[in-house]
Ligand binder design. Structure first.
Ligand SMILES: C[S@@+](CC[C@H](N)C(=O)[O-])C[C@H]1O[C@@H](n2cnc3c(N)ncnc32)[C@H](O)[C@@H]1O
Length: 178
């Protein structure tokens, strides 16, 4: 896929020419095989309001014109940078920076990282999380957790991504934000 969307009328995610990506002070957000359209819709909204760039790794658990995805993304679709990749290696081939895998099993806190704009924040599918082979991927720099109270299973996928993106944006002085 390489066609461009027609903003406002025919929004479609696409694999952009990496050199033509919008500049951002924020890391890339990668959702590995997301299953729930509302979560990805909310992540599109997150990308639109922060300027973070969202990457979706197939297979997806929904069609990209799914009404629940569009509803959760409100009218922000044409304001968000979204790319769809056939698999994780295809995505990472276009993303040269460090890769942080978010998992409840990590011991390092997401708050202990100095984020860079070319970093990749990698999140797992609902409800299973990132599989072992992805966590062991040679491109993964570190695994990160978001602290929770003892005995709680996990945050919602897009809640976790929002916490990480806003920490990176806070570190960047909320550049461009008002
Ligand atoms: C709904 S959760 C998956 C739940 C799965 N049972 C697990 O423990 O990973 C979806 C994704 O959100 C991220 N996530 C949720 N809570 C997290 C936490 N406390 N720390 C780090 N990542 C988290 C992870 O990337 C996870 O794969």
């Amino acid at each position: 896929m390489s066609s461009s969307p027609d903003p406002g009328t025919d929004w479609r995610p696409h694999v952009a020419d990496p050199s033509a990506r919008p500049a951002s002070t924020l890391p890339h957000v990668v959702f590995f095989e997301p299953r729930i359209p509302g979560n990805t819709g909310n992540a599109i909204r997150l990308a639109a309001v922060t300027g973070s760039r969202l990457h979706l790794v197939e297979p997806l658990g929904f069609e990209m014109d799914e009404p629940r995805l569009r509803r959760a993304g409100l009218d922000y679709h044409d304001l968000a940078a979204v790319e769809v990749h056939a698999d994780l290696d295809a995505a990472l081939a276009t993303l040269p920076g460090r890769v942080f895998a978010f998992t409840t099993r990590a011991t390092t806190s997401y708050a202990d990282v100095d984020y860079r704009p070319d970093d990749v924040l990698l999140f797992g599918p609902e409800p299973t999380g990132l599989p072992d082979d992805v966590l062991a991927h040679p491109r993964v720099t570190d695994q990160l957790k978001i602290p929770m109270l003892t005995g709680r299973r996990s945050l919602n996928l897009t809640s976790a991504a929002s916490i990480a993106v806003y920490e990176a944006w806070r570190q960047a002085g909320f550049a461009g934000g008002a």
